[in-house]
Design a protein around this ligand. Structure first.
Ligand SMILES: C[S@@+](CC[C@H](N)C(=O)[O-])C[C@H]1O[C@@H](n2cnc3c(N)ncnc32)[C@H](O)[C@@H]1O
Length: 225
């Protein structure tokens, strides 16, 4: 009888310690899930606003992006534009999504898997080199990134080898002729963009100005550079 009581006590203690050990974990998981849900809600809200300012389809049409193209996106972040690019180039095309931020690319990877895209691959880059393969890309695309670059010249020079012979570099950048966000934001002036790109071996062949706050620079490698 005494032994049974001891057994009962032992089992009760075991059960209690199991509940106590597992409770904080469950609470942490619930808190973690909530944070993730809030974060993805914030990302979605931010994307919605940015897509109104920079309508992806209009931008892709203006550049002339087509099915079957291979695109390298620099500074893809959480993949706002990547998904539109992947949809446009289709299964016969490919998007290499680069960033220096590993956690952003993790988010992007989860996203394209969730949405069933098989034509996207992430590429972790260096500050001065996106790390795309030689002669592989029809287009290198950059949106809301140029003014974030610590130094634009080295990375722009390192884009050149990854382009196919008739490949192009496309940069969507806020335009200080249209917005006044101060020096801190650092939107690049048209003259500076043209000059910087020339020094890094690209000639701006077309500038699209239809966006309200941004301009689109389409540049080709200077052959004699
Ligand atoms: C404002 S976010 C833009 C994200 C995305 N392009 C969009 O418009 O939704 C700027 C991104 O550029 C990335 N970035 C900054 N410098 C970079 C570099 N040298 N190479 C690659 N990515 C860079 C940042 O990590 C960040 O994800």
């Amino acid at each position: 009888m005494k032994i049974k009581r001891l057994e009962f006590l032992f089992l009760t203690l075991l059960l209690l310690s199991f509940i106590m050990l597992s409770y904080p974990k469950n609470a942490e998981i619930r808190a973690g899930t909530k944070i993730l849900q809030e974060r993805s809600f914030q990302v979605e809200e931010w994307e919605k606003r940015l897509n109104q300012r920079q309508p992806p389809i209009k931008i892709m049409d203006a550049i002339g992006l087509k099915q079957g193209m291979t695109i390298g996106e620099i500074g893809a972040g959480t993949g706002r534009m990547t998904m539109w690019l992947a949809d446009r180039v289709g299964e016969s095309g490919k998007v290499y999504a680069n960033d220096i931020d590993r956690s952003a690319l993790d988010h992007l990877r989860r996203r394209y898997k969730r949405d069933g895209f098989k034509n996207v691959e992430t590429v972790i880059g260096k500050m001065d080199n996106p790390g795309f393969s030689f002669g592989s890309l029809d287009v290198v695309f950059m949106i809301n990134v140029y003014h974030h670059l610590a130094e634009s010249d080295p990375i722009i020079r390192n884009i050149r080898p990854s382009l196919k012979p008739d490949g192009m570099l496309v940069i969507v950048e806020c335009d200080p002729e249209k917005v006044d966000w101060g020096d801190e934001h650092g939107c690049s002036r048209k003259e500076d963009m043209i000059d910087d790109l020339k020094k890094a071996g690209f000639e701006v062949v077309r500038i699209e100005t239809f966006l309200e706050e941004d301009s689109i620079y389409i540049a080709k490698p200077i052959i004699s550079f």
